[in-house]
Design a protein. Structure first.
Length: 148
């Protein structure tokens, strides 16, 4: 009654479908995301969000998020670790942020440790935490060694 359907002896075996690739494209090519996934203002999520796309949080996230681009709206809040390429903060973040670019607008309220390459903090934004760069800037001056 609930068994797998076996191909009948008269049915030829199926061949895998091959897709045509454009020169220079990887097999895991992705279409660019045109619209972000949005957590609306009245939504509270407890758990983790992980995507290769963009996320916009207008509600509250109690947990970690990993995305290509993360936007936190003025009424939005995240309590957890953020890993993203770009993070735009208009609301509240508590935890840790690891991103290439972090931008805090004048309405941002951030109590987090940051690891980033590019940081913008607008006049009026609240920030309490530690900042460190992912990479050392080009042309850094070497630290002199102490004489013995």
């Amino acid at each position: 009654m609930f068994s797998k359907n076996q191909p009948s002896p008269s049915t030829p075996p199926r061949k895998p479908v091959e897709t045509a690739k454009k020169p220079g494209m990887s097999s895991r090519a992705k279409a660019p995301s045109s619209t972000p996934s949005i957590l609306s203002r009245d939504l509270v999520v407890t758990g983790e969000i992980s995507t290769d796309g963009d996320v916009q949080i207008e509600g509250r996230l109690e947990g970690n998020v990993k995305a290509t681009t993360l936007t936190i709206g003025e009424q939005g809040s995240v309590n957890g670790k953020i890993i993203a390429g770009t993070v735009l903060i208009r609301g509240k973040v508590t935890g840790k942020i690891d991103a290439n670019t972090i931008e805090m607008t004048e309405t941002a309220n951030v109590m987090a440790d940051l690891v980033q390459d590019h940081l913008t903090i607008a006049n009026g934004a609240f920030f309490d935490g530690k900042c460190s760069r992912k990479t050392k800037p080009a042309g850094t001056i070497p630290t002199p060694s102490k004489p013995q």
